[in-house]
Design a protein around this ligand. Structure first.
Ligand code: IPM
Ligand code: MG
Length: 352
């Protein structure tokens, strides 16, 4: 097959991990006889430095015209001024919105030989294998009104958590579909004891659940979910939740796998190109040192093969190669290993 892939390396360790994933995609291209065309665009701080905005219209258009988009990370101390008009993260939010990728899939599993890298006791980690389905283009990240004003010397800032029933229905429906191919359990996380948007979420979820009688559904309040994720993580299969709850819970869940550096994500809409990115950030402290864990981005590229390019065999080959590398103990420092980015990438290539 022929596919056009836009690369958005971004800031910090982004360029290093995206380069590693491209090596793996090129190996797949050769091995399975495909033709991938890669084009690079700027996003985040590097785009602010060059163009004054975190994502230009032409970069967004290039992404919209692609078959899939692979992103590294955005942000860093250089652009962290809270009063700045343009922030790197704004580019990422504009990209998600511009691609209409409302569903962010973040799988979390525990690898048997990595339990030492997690602060949890090994017996708690047995059987941990979940996917968090995070709503990505709504909620408090995008709700209006949003902003600040000063009246009589008092400055007030406001963000709005808003959802329509349609926005809830499509994400919850996706979660139920996903659960059908897994352990057939959906945990819907909300704060329905306090928030109106969560009460609508719960109501719509109950309606969607009626269409999936073979799937077990439970509602859980977000504070309880935060606790259960570390006290009994193996109970979860598919977790579906709104944008900010999903942002917070997936960083928490990442510690179950041993390192944020391992976790991939796929952001999908209805039709259109998918967006693939590791869930870790730009890690400015280790940027440029060649020691970043490339696995989260390499597994994100496996998701790209599966969901956007419909190349299931190729996706499974990348995942199997990563599993072998993890089992062999070729690990970066975040997992207690001594290997650098290049060595981990080359181990994965040799396992393909
Ligand atoms: C994530 C990140 C982003 C988010 C930031 C960088 C805007 O934390 O992808 O989880 O909050 O969505
Ligand atoms: Mg986050």
């Amino acid at each position: 097959m022929q596919a056009n892939i836009v690369l958005l390396p971004g800031d910090g360790i982004g360029p290093e991990v995206v380069a590693a994933a491209v090596r793996v995609l090129k190996a797949i291209e050769t091995k399975f006889g495909h033709t991938f065309t890669f084009t690079e665009e700027l996003i985040g701080g590097c785009s602010i430095d060059k163009h004054g905005v975190a994502l230009t219209d032409s970069a967004l258009k290039a992404c919209q015209a692609a078959d899939a988009v692979l992103l590294g990370a955005v942000g860093g101390p250089k652009w962290d001024d809270p009063t700045a008009k343009e922030r790197p993260e704004k580019g990422l939010l504009a990209l998600r919105k511009g691609l209409g990728v409302f569903a962010n899939l973040r799988p979390v599993k525990a690898y048997p030989n990595l339990t030492d890298a997690s602060p949890l006791r090994p017996e708690k980690l047995t059987g941990v294998d979940m996917v968090v389905v995070r709503e990505l283009t709504g909620g408090v990240y995008f709700g209006e009104p949003k902003g600040r004003d000063t009246v009589n010397g008092v400055t007030r800032a406001v963000d709005t958590m808003a959802y329509t029933d349609e926005e809830i229905r499509r994400i919850v429906d996706m979660a139920f579909k996903l659960a059908g191919g897994r352990k057939k359990k959906v945990t819907s996380v909300d704060k329905a004891n306090v928030l109106e948007s969560s009460r609508l979420w719960r109501q719509v979820t109950a309606e969607v659940a009626k269409n999936y009688p073979d799937i077990k559904m439970e509602n859980m309040l977000v504070d309880t979910a935060a606790m259960r994720l570390v006290s009994n993580p193996a109970e979860f299969d598919v977790v579906v939740t709104e944008n900010m709850f999903g942002d917070i819970l997936t960083d928490e869940a990442a510690v179950l796998s041993g390192s944020m550096g391992l976790l991939p994500s796929a952001s999908l809409g209805s039709g259109g190109p998918g967006l693939y990115e590791p869930i870790h950030g730009s890690a400015p402290d280790i940027a440029g040192k060649g020691i970043a864990n490339p696995i989260g981005t390499i597994l994100s590229s496996a998701f790209m093969l599966r969901y956007s390019l419909k190349l299931e065999k190729e996706a499974a080959a990348v995942e199997a190669a990563v599993e072998k590398t993890i089992a062999s103990g070729t690990l970066t420092a975040d997992l207690g290993g001594k290997a650098n980015t290049k060595e981990v990438t080359e181990s994965i290539l040799s396992n393909l």
